[in-house]
Design a protein around this ligand. Structure first.
Ligand code: PLP
Length: 337
């Protein structure tokens, strides 16, 4: 595989399992088969999730450089920063995480939003969690640069991992490996996944899967569901990562588009809409599987809507990518009380 030339540090249990959502498929009319690849159960570190697959190709760069700290950034309930803290613990390094005010926190959650869920877990693991009032943006940030400069002035050597790893040069590699794994699992299961549905915000997850599938001429099978509420930015950044990663692994194909469904990201990043809550409850009550209101609730909403509007051929096999994130649910209790 094209990935073999890159160094990898194992953080996952192995290939992530695939489960079948038979009850959900039946509830939606039995028109398609729905499978889920469980990145939410891919590791024993903290709450697992998509970030670890990305980190596997970034950690060797960190270990090679004598760094003292890993610095990253996200929202208050960020999965990225939580998993950076967990990974730093495992590596024996320190983590500094900049947690910005990316979400217009509902009144009913204000008392607990910065105390429960992912940020609680980061604090338990000894993370140096820094709350900053700046708003949502998936690009490079001033608060992030400030944290890095401060550590350098104190004589430390910090390693920067940008939001969602997406602006990192190796950020897309992990999910190229995900695609290789899917191809292998198709052989083992004796089926072909006709479409892959995946949540997309900072872009390196969907970009990696897209490039990975492009190795097999199947990039058109990937449907990204925007959960950023700013789909123009997400499209532009994801396409950039697609082309960068394609060149990096030596696929050397240039792409000018990918499939991003922008209907489900609203009202804004981090806040669910009515359909998101319906999707979370439907998956929960049919399959006993949890998704969060920020990411997978929206991609599950997208999957459900695509089935309902007959966007998939009858009898096709749909692979939903569950990227994790349910650990933030306690910061959204008012939607389920
Ligand atoms: N799902 C979860 C649980 C996440 O934490 C993220 C991170 O942003 C995503 C989906 C979106 O992935 P990406 O940022 O690579 O587009």
């Amino acid at each position: 595989a094209l990935l073999d030339k890159f160094e990898k540090y194992d953080l996952l249990f192995g290939p992530s399992p695939i489960s079948k959502f038979e009850n959900l498929a039946k509830t939606l009319g039995g028109k398609v088969n729905i499978y889920a690849k469980r990145e939410d159960r891919n590791s024993g570190l903290a709450f697992a999730g998509n970030k670890l697959r990305k980190f596997e190709y970034i950690v060797p760069d960190i270990l090679a450089g004598d760094y003292t700290h890993i610095v990253s950034i996200g929202g208050i309930q960020s999965n990225q920063t939580l998993m950076i803290v967990a990974t730093a613990c495992k590596l024996g390094l320190k983590a500094v995480t900049v947690q910005e005010n990316w979400v217009p926190i509902p009144e009913a959650e204000k008392a607990t939003y910065d105390k429960v869920g992912n940020i609680e877990a980061a604090r338990i693991m000894g993370g140096d969690v820094r709350l900053v009032p700046d708003g949502f943006d998936i690009g490079m940030r001033k608060s992030f640069d400030d944290a890095l400069s401060e550590l350098k002035e104190q004589g430390y050597k910090p390693y920067p991992v940008p939001a969602g790893c997406s602006e990192h040069k190796y950020g897309g590699l992990g999910f190229v490996g995900f695609a290789d794994e899917v191809i292998q699992q198709e052989k083992e299961l004796g089926i072909k996944f006709d479409k892959i549905v995946v949540c997309c915000v900072t872009g390196s997850t969907a970009a990696g899967i897209f490039v990975g599938m492009a190795q097999y001429g199947r990039e058109k099978d990937v449907i990204a569901i925007d959960a950023s509420g700013k789909p123009e930015n997400t499209f532009e950044q994801t396409l950039r990562i697609i082309n960068h990663t394609s060149e990096l692994i030596g696929l050397n194909k240039k792409f000018d588009s990918f499939n991003l469904d922008s209907r489900f990201g609203g009202p804004v990043y981090g806040i669910p809409n009515e359909g998101t809550i319906e999707a979370i409850k439907l998956l929960g009550s049919t399959e006993g599987t949890l998704t969060d209101p920020v990411y997978e609730g929206k991609s599950m909403q997208g999957l459900i809507q695509l089935v309902r509007e007959d966007a998939f051929e009858e009898g096709s096999n749909i692979l939903y990518v569950h990227l994790g994130g349910a650990s933030s649910l306690s910061a959204y209790q008012s939607y389920f009380s």
